[in-house]
Each structure stands twice: as structure tokens, then as C-alpha cells.
Design a protein around this ligand. Structure first.
Ligand code: PEP
Ligand code: MG
Length: 576
């Protein structure tokens, strides 16, 4: 038994078998095997080799008649390489002599071959090196029992398992929602990365930002995940398993005890009503929102409709999806316009991440949409059309200047005129809101509030930009601090700006769904929270246990505290 420590997500405990998901080019698991395991490990390598060969042969046999000859020749060369017993010899020897796992033996051999090929200045041989690498990647894929593709897996394939990956992207998130996984672990990511958001939306614990620690794990290991403490116990002994089973039962009982709160009013001890909305990514999450008695959808992340597919959804498909959600909800639905780019790539960032020097500061979200109207206009038309079927609000992510808002308003006007001319029905008064995610938007929220119908604070990005910490970079996780005075000041400025302008202000970042901050936010004036449906009841419980008059002064004092120790002391007094 050994343990790994990193950033924990969620309060829960999960116990299950590890399932490694390995992507081409990702880290290779490395571990030492027991003396008695060498033969099994060699067998594992041989089986994976065989499977890779069969898979390749199947692909070759199944090639359509009209497939270009080059493809057949290319696959044929790879098959020949796999047929060469010499290529297996050295990895087998490494397993035997050094007792390393099959993956690292194979990777070490590949590296050696690569350096030999590099020294030879011959284009034919360099091409050969690429072929060998691809063959080795195939075998590595078989060894981890996965080719890194979460798509096209039978629903439920990973049920109960603990997914271990170098990284999980927002597009993987869509796929994983088809499985009832127990938990997951990633090398990358921080508390506000999409990996963490995914865990919360699935109501499961996760460990993120393991800094490469995932390479010590293998498929089939028994793992205990403690989301609260950020601990992974690997192949635990019976006493540890029993202790964690007990803790898991306790947590379950605690959450069952909250059941009765589902239908209760969301009201503080001193009688302040607080509205609780949900964040959704796929239409199926409406059901969970409904069972938790939500006030509406505070954030519908539409970019998920664009992921894991080779084409973009057109106006018609978007309209049908939005209309269905709006009708099903029969409550206000806040549709966020496309937030693509940076951490949210349609292909999970695998193809484009290297194209921009600093994607988080680049052409993402509203910047991308205003730049590419062929992407934006169909969505705007679809949202307007859906507004004829219920209570819709439109919200733009990541705006930072009046110039952007003016451009947006002009595109919106143009869209409305078009629809009117075409005799298409829509809500002409559809509220247009802006997300406060960039410090510039928060600092001048009073100015922007004059032109918008509502504001919503996206703390995930607001914290990223205010504290200059990339939300997907595990190396700077430790700087994430929602109660940093600068963050709290920006939140308070936004709330006050909304109040002065007479428009609603909500918060839809992860901070709104963390009970540790509910009282602080209530204390500085927030009355609308939007969060993952799974956390709604827990936040409601916290609201019902809060007397705002009693916490207001302390919460506001946090805006003037720079010393972390004093900050922690005040925070624990507020939450006492
Ligand atoms: C946010 O930034 O807080 C937010 C809600 O948007 P996302 O997490 O989708 O970027
Ligand atoms: Mg955001």
C-alpha cells in the first residue's frame, strides 16, 4: 500500500479498481514489478502485441476497395514490423532483468531505437522510425486496454471504475457522463479546471493535479479516493479499506439526511430569500436540477453541444436542442453563447493547443464569436427562436470592453431584424446579460451594467485572470484562493454595480457551489447562486443556517485582510 497526495475535489470517498486511459504521447506508467510477476508481465506484453497485430490486420482487411493504395501499403509496413520477433526481444529482456513494467520496457526500447535512427542521415530510415513509433503506440494502447478514445465506448463500460488519465478535457467530460464511474484521477488540472467541474457535476470525488503521479498506477489496482483530503491510497490493506468503507457510509447517511431539504424554501434565518439556479452542460442534467427544486438554469454551457463530433451543429439542430431544454425546464433558462477556445476546445485541445502562445488570453469566447460570425450568427438565431417557447435569457462570456458589447448589440439587432423580416417568432425583449469573468469587466461593472439586463459572476475565470493562475495548470493550483481580498473586492464591486443599476447579479462559478463560501457571499450581498445540481441542496442547507445580519460585518472585513492566517480565522468564525 502507498499513498499519493494532490488536490481533492468533492467531499466523497470512492473505492474501486483503476482504469488507465492513455493518450498517444501522454505519460507512460512506470513501476517495478514483484519478482514473481515477471512471467505474467512478459505474457501481458505478448498479448498486447498480439492484439495490436490482430487489430491492424482487421483494419487492413476491412479497407474499402477504393481506398488509396498508400493506406494499404502503410498498414502493411506496420504489420511487418509487428511480425518481427526481434523488436520484442529487448523489452522482454528489460522486464526480466530490471523488473520494470511492460509499458516502460517498451517505451525505453522505443527511445533507444529513436536515438539510433536520429544519428543516421537517411530520409528512408527516418520514415521507418515514425512507423516503429506508431507500432509501439498501438501496443501501448493495448497494454492500457484503451486507445485513449473515450468515444464509441458502450455506455456503462467504466461503471464503478476509477478513471486514471494524464488529463481529461471538457469533451471527455461529455463521454464520461455515459458511465457511472466511481471517481477519477488526473495529472493535470486544478480546483476550477473542467476536470474538477466534471467531478462535481457527476457527484463523485476526484483527485486532480497529481503532477505525473498517475504513472505509478496501473489498470486493476484497488484505489481509495478521498476527495476531501486529496489522497489516493493504492492497493490498501483490509483495515484501511474497512475504515474508508465506514467513512463512506457516514457520508452517505449525511447526504440522505439532506433529502428533506429538497423541497424546503431557500431562505436565511433572518428571512432573506435566496434564488438557487443550476449549471448544466447537457440536456439530461435538467432532470437532476428538477429533483433538486431549482429556480431555473443559471448557466447552460452550450459549447458542449459542439464537442466530440467532426461537424458543427447548424442553426436547426441548435434551435431544436435549446427549444427542448426551454420547454422541459418551464423556468428561466440562461443560455450562454459559445465559450470555445483556451480550456474548451471542440477536440479537447488535442489538435490546436499549440497554435496560440497563451490561449487563455487569446481569441476565446465572445472574442472568437465576434470574429467568426458564421459560427456566432446561427447560434444567436437559434437562441432567439427558442425564446418563443419559454423564458430565455442570453448571456455572453468573457467580455471586457464596451466596444465588444457594442459589436454584440449590433449583431443582435441585425439578427432580430432578420428574424422579423422572415416572420419568425421570438421574444423581442429577451434579456441580454454579461458574465463578469475578466477583472476589467468587474472593475467597470457599474459602467457595463447600464447596458446589460443582468450580470453573472464567473469566478472560475475571474479568479484565473485576477490572480494570474492558469486554471488548467496544476503547478499553480496552490495560488487558487476565492477569498483573496482582490477577488472578493471584484465580486463586491459587481454585486454593488448590479444593485445601483437595478439589475440582478448572480454567480455561476464553482465558488457559488462551495458551502465554505456561502456565508461570505451572502454577507457581501449575493442573493442568486448558480451551481451544479448535485450541490444545490447542500448550499440550501447552508443558507437556511445563516443569519446574514450576523455574518455581514465579518464577511465585509475579509475585503481588508491580506494576512492569510487572519483570513482563515475570520472565515472559520463566519462558518462556525
Ligand atoms: C466561470 O468562469 O466561472 C464559468 C462559470 O464559466 P466556465 O467555467 O465555463 O469557464
Ligand atoms: Mg468562464
Amino acid at each position: 500500500m502507498f499513498s499519493l497526495h494532490a488536490t481533492g475535489v468533492g467531499d466523497g470517498i470512492a473505492i474501486g479498481k483503476a482504469r488507465l486511459i492513455r493518450r498517444q504521447g501522454a505519460e507512460i506508467p512506470e513501476y517495478v514489478i514483484e519478482p514473481g510477476e515477471t512471467l505474467d508481465e512478459i505474457e501481458r506484453l505478448r498479448t498486447a502485441w498480439m492484439k495490436a497485430k490482430l487489430g491492424l490486420k482487421r483494419t487492413l482487411d476491412g479497407l474499402p476497395e477504393d481506398a488509396p493504395d498508400d493506406i494499404g501499403a502503410f498498414l502493411g509496413v506496420q504489420l511487418m514490423i509487428l511480425d518481427d520477433p526481434l523488436l520484442m526481444e529487448e523489452p522482454v529482456e528489460l522486464i526480466r532483468s530490471q523488473r520494470v513494467n511492460a509499458e516502460s520496457a517498451l517505451a525505453a526500447h522505443a527511445k533507444k531505437l529513436e536515438s539510433v535512427f536520429e544519428q543516421v542521415d537517411d530520409p528512408y530510415l527516418s520514415a521507418k522510425s515514425a512507423d516503429i513509433n506508431q507500432v509501439i503506440e498501438r501496443v501501448l494502447g493495448e497494454l492500457t486496454d484503451d486507445h485513449g478514445d473515450l468515444r464509441n465506448q458502450a455506455p456503462g463500460k467504466f461503471d464503478g471504475e476509477i478513471i486514471v488519465a494524464h488529463d481529461l478535457t471538457p469533451s471527455d467530460a461529455v463521454e464520461l457522463k455515459n458511465h457511472q464511474i466511481g471517481a477519477f484521477i488526473t495529472n493535470l488540472g486544478g480546483p476550477i479546471s473542467h476536470t474538477a467541474i466534471l467531478a462535481r457535476s457527476m457527484g463523485i470525488p476526484a483527485i486532480v493535479g497529481l503532477h505525473g503521479g498517475a504513472r505509478f498506477l496501473r489498470t486493476g489496482d484497488t484505489l481509495i479516493i478521498d476527495g476531501k483530503r486529496g489522497v489516493v491510497l493504492v492497493n490498501p490493506d483490509e483495515p484501511a479499506l474497512e475504515a474508508y468503507r465506514r467513512r463512506r457510509r457516514k457520508i452517505l447517511r449525511r447526504s440522505e439526511a439532506l433529502e428533506f431539504l429538497r423541497t424546503a424554501d431557500s431562505i436565511t434565518l433572518d428571512g432573506e430569500k435566496v434564488e438557487l439556479f443550476t449549471n448544466i452542460e447537457i440536456p439530461e442534467e435538467l432532470e437532476l436540477s428538477r429533483t433538486n427544486y431549482y429556480a431555473g438554469v443559471g448557466l447552460y454551457r452550450t459549447e458542449f453541444l459542439f464537442m466530440n463530433r467532426s461537424d458543427f451543429p447548424g442553426e436547426e439542430e441548435q434551435f431544436e436542442t435549446y427549444r427542448q431544454i426551454v420547454e422541459d425546464a418551464a423556468l428561466p433558462v440562461t443560455i450562454r453563447t459559445l465559450d470555445l477556445g483556451a480550456d474548451k476546445q471542440v477536440d479537447g485541445g488535442r489538435k490546436h493547443s499549440a497554435l496560440t502562445t497563451n490561449p487563455a488570453l487569446g481569441r476565446r469566447a465572445i472574442r472568437l464569436c465576434l470574429h467568426d460570425l458564421s459560427l456566432f450568427k446561427p447560434q444567436l438565431r437559434a437562441i432567439y427562436r427558442a425564446s418563443a417557447y419559454g423564458n430565455v435569457r442570453m448571456m455572453v462570456p468573457m467580455f471586457s470592453s464596451m466596444e465588444e458589447l457594442n459589436q454584440l448589440f449590433s449583431v443582435l439587432e441585425n439578427t432580430r431584424n432578420e428574424l422579423q423580416e422572415q416572420g419568425v417568432e421570438f421574444d423581442a425583449d429577451l434579456p441580454i446579460g454579461g458574465m463578469i469573468e475578466v477583472p476589467a469587466a468587474a472593475v467597470s461593472a457599474d459602467l457595463f451594467a447600464q447596458y446589460l439586463d443582468f450580470l453573472s459572476i464567473g469566478t472560475n475565470d475571474l479568479i484565473q485572470y485576477t490572480l494570474a493562475i492558469d486554471r488548467v495548470d496544476d503547478e499553480v493550483n496552490y495560488l487558487y484562493d476565492p477569498t483573496h481580498p482582490s477577488v472578493l473586492r471584484l465580486i463586491k464591486m459587481t454585486i454593488d454595480a448590479g444593485k445601483s443599476a437595478g439589475i440582478p447579479v448572480s454567480m455561476c462559478g464553482e465558488m457559488a457551489g462551495d458551502p465554505a463560501f456561502t456565508r461570505v457571499l451572502l454577507g457581501i450581498g449575493l442573493r442568486q447562486f448558480s451551481m451544479d445540481p448535485t450541490t444545490l441542496t447542500r448550499i440550501k442547507q447552508q443558507i437556511r443556517l445563516t443569519d446574514i445580519a450576523k455574518v455581514k460585518e465579518k464577511a465585509e472585513s475579509l475585503l481588508h485582510v491580506s494576512d492569510p492566517q487572519t483570513n482563515r480565522k475570520i472565515l472559520s468564525e463566519i462558518n462556525a
